[in-house]
Design a protein around this ligand. Structure first.
Ligand code: 0L1
Ligand code: MG
Length: 262
């Protein structure tokens, strides 16, 4: 039987164009069922290369599927990572819906490093020694796949649904609070929809950064000083549409807001 050679470049070009135009698409695994996790990460990287060729710049990483509930929903027992670029960062608390398909928002925090982190044996202690500061953050995810439905390989190839993110204006010391105990509450148009704590992120958000370093070491990559790391959602994600106002209240850190505009 002839084995079909998967054209990773072709798939990357296709996914990247859907990321840019905000048109939904069929899962790539429908026509390419043999695609592996490693190949999906190669596709993810190629998509970023295409964005960089057009002037965008990689600024960090996001961890996804960091809660048990999300891992179960995709049938995996490990998180995934995606790549963040400059054009994904919102400078104002406004989310334009242009070129988005079915966006959802998640309350998160972001680590910013002062030292490189590398290797498969990075510990929470190593992460603390390498961390400059922590920001409250909101991530906007948007799967390019129809009905937000995908397999593990599909979602990795689609950059772990990375779309937009916003950091608070105020940075906090890594020693400001116990980040696993810190609570968040997410409101949409004044209604409390979800609340949770940092423990939802792999037991403690610091573990998410250590896990990212470990996963990147498999492809010979490191987390660089100055890079932002979105650690994963503290609660379930919430759908947003034109006119919505999202407020995330963080214990001890104040609030972050996002206004959604069509
Ligand atoms: O940030 C996340 O946890 C999302 C990862 C990808 C899965 C999804 O789109 O829900
Ligand atoms: Mg997230």
């Amino acid at each position: 039987m002839e084995v079909k050679q998967v054209d990773l470049k072709h798939l990357a070009k296709k996914i990247e164009s859907h990321q840019t135009t905000g048109q939904d698409m069929d899962k790539v695994t429908i026509d390419n069922p043999s695609l592996t996790v490693e190949e999906a990460y190669e596709i993810q990287k190629m998509c970023i290369d295409y964005k960089e060729e057009r002037g965008d710049r990689m600024v960090g990483w996001k961890m996804g599927l960091t809660s048990k509930a999300k891992q179960v929903s995709v049938g995996v027992d490990e998180p995934i990572y995606g790549r963040l670029t400059q054009s994904m960062e919102l400078s104002d608390p406004v989310l334009p819906l242009e070129n988005l398909i079915h966006p959802r928002v998640e309350p998160e925090i972001a680590f910013v490093l002062k030292k490189e982190l590398s290797g498969e044996n990075v510990t929470p202690r190593d992460v603390w020694m390498a961390t400059e500061c922590i920001f409250p953050a909101i991530e906007v995810i948007d799967s390019r796949y129809k009905n937000f439905s995908f397999t593990l390989v599909d979602v990795i190839a689609d950059n772990a649904s990375s779309t937009k993110f916003i950091l608070g204006d105020q940075a906090f010391s890594p020693y400001h609070t116990a980040w696993d105990e810190m609570g968040v509450a997410m409101f949409r148009n004044g209604e409390l929809l979800h609340s949770g704590t940092g423990a939802a992120v792999l037991g403690h958000p610091v573990r998410s950064v250590a896990m990212l370093a470990k996963m990147l070491s498999r492809e010979g990559q490191t987390i660089k000083p100055g890079q932002v790391i979105l650690v994963g959602g503290f609660t379930e994600a919430v759908d947003v549409s034109d006119g919505d106002h999202i407020e995330v209240r963080y214990d001890q850190l104040g609030s972050l807001n996002l206004r959604v505009e069509g």
